[in-house]
Design a protein around this ligand. Structure first.
Ligand code: NAD
Ligand code: IPM
Ligand code: MN
Length: 350
């Protein structure tokens, strides 16, 4: 078997964490007898520097032609001034990539490794057993609505169509059916028209999934529930911006943002994009302190979803769990293990 992966290192710690994950991918593919082909493409700020645009057409073509895409992160303060003067932002490349590839469902798992119960900012008895899958709608809502920007007035809009809600709802219901059968849909239906449509469509789709128990929760209360009773949730489905915010919150609940992976998926024949949920972390870029585990676990999701290599994916997840159980602690978990230490330990555990 062969697997082609397009690598988008991006900016800040992006190149550091993707380099780690590629080494892990190489090792597990070798173990599995799969020939792995990787090629890096310019993306984000790094692409602005060389081509003037954050998603050059050749990069998009390479992504579409690959079996899967592994992405680091984009952005950095050095692009702010030029953006104010009208230049594109690195983040626009990420949004364009998601939209161009039709990646409407972003899966963000937050599972507490039992060995990290003490690493959560929450008390152990509250966080114990937390295992949540956030299904974040990724190509609609506030991110892609009409926008007007001026010095005296600015406008962002939050549009959703029934079809956009339906397809991500199907992803979430199917995930819940394969897990513990509980789905929590998060919205702001007491204020937003788009949320009232969201709620209606979730209820309509639920008719096809009688075995899944559905609850609706308002987003402000959900932000609170996630720190008071995180272990009571299974699958959470929500619109783009709410999902962005709640998944960062959850990553900290189960340890640290440096651990959190994601998979962005579209139509079955579209290659997925796999990336950690964190950003380019300009504050630690170049120091060797970045935690590569979120990207390494994203590579595991790539093997699972893009290549059907379940055993190889599991072997990465087990190796991560093993090194944490053995006491390895990256900087973001209060330890002193740098990017290279973490990578070497995981390669050894494989
Ligand atoms: P961030 O996620 O980059 O960093 C937030 C904090 O978490 C920082 O203190 C950082 O050091 C720490 N952190 C993040 N990842 C870490 C890791 N792997 N190991 C150790 N510590 C880690 O968020 P930010 O500072 O708000 O944003 C910085 C830039 O990244 C901005 O330009 C933003 O737009 C961009 N961003 C990009 C993505 C993406 O590419 N998907 C996601 C989020 C933010
Ligand atoms: C993420 C990031 C992006 C988002 C930004 C960089 C556009 O925060 O991937 O979570 O908001 O989706
Ligand atoms: Mn985010």
């Amino acid at each position: 078997m062969s697997l082609s992966v397009c690598i988008l290192p991006g900016d800040g710690i992006g190149p550091e964490v993707t380099a780690s994950a590629v080494r892990v991918l190489q090792q597990v593919c070798e173990n599995a007898g799969t020939s792995l082909e990787t090629a890096s493409q310019p993306f984000g700020g790094a692409a602005i520097d060389t081509t003037g645009e954050p998603l050059p057409p050749a990069t998009l073509e390479a992504c579409k032609a690959a079996d899967g895409v592994l992405l680091g992160a984009v952005g950095g303060p050095q692009y702010d001034a030029a953006a104010r003067a009208g230049a594109p932002r690195p983040e626009q490349g990420l949004l364009a990539l998601r939209q161009e590839m039709g990646l409407f469902a972003n899966l963000r798992p937050s599972r507490l490794f039992p060995t990290l119960e003490g690493a959560s900012p929450l008390r152990e008895k509250i966080v114990r057993g937390t295992d949540i899958l956030v299904v974040r709608e990724l190509t609609g809502g506030l991110y892609f609505g009409d926008r007007r920007e001026g010095d005296e007035e600015a406008l962002d809009t939050l549009p959703y169509s029934r079809a956009e809600i339906e397809r991500v709802a199907w992803t979430a219901f199917e995930a819940a059916r394969g897990r513990r059968g509980k789905l929590c849909s998060v919205d702001k239906a007491n204020v937003l028209a788009s949320s009232r449509l969201w709620r209606k469509v979730i209820d309509d789709v639920s008719a096809d999934f009688p075995e899944v128990e559905v609850k609706h929760v308002l987003v402000d209360a959900m932000a609170m529930h996630l720190v008071t009773r995180p272990s009571s949730f299974d699958v959470v489905v929500t619109e783009n911006l709410f999902g962005d915010i709640l998944s960062d919150e959850l990553s900290a609940v189960v340890g640290s943002i440096g651990l959190a992976p994601s998979a962005s998926l579209g139509a079955p024949d579209t290659p997925g994009v796999f990336e950690p949920i964190h950003g380019s972390a300009p504050d630690i870029a170049g120091t060797g302190k970045a935690n590569p585990i979120g990207t390494i676990l994203s590579a595991a999701m790539l093997l699972r979803f893009a290549a059907g290599m379940e055993d190889a994916a599991k072997s990465i997840e087990d190796a991560v769990e093993t090194v944490l159980r053995e006491g390895l602690r990256p900087f973001d978990l209060g330890g002193t293990a740098g990017t290279e230490d973490v990578t070497a330990a995981i390669l050894k555990a494989l």
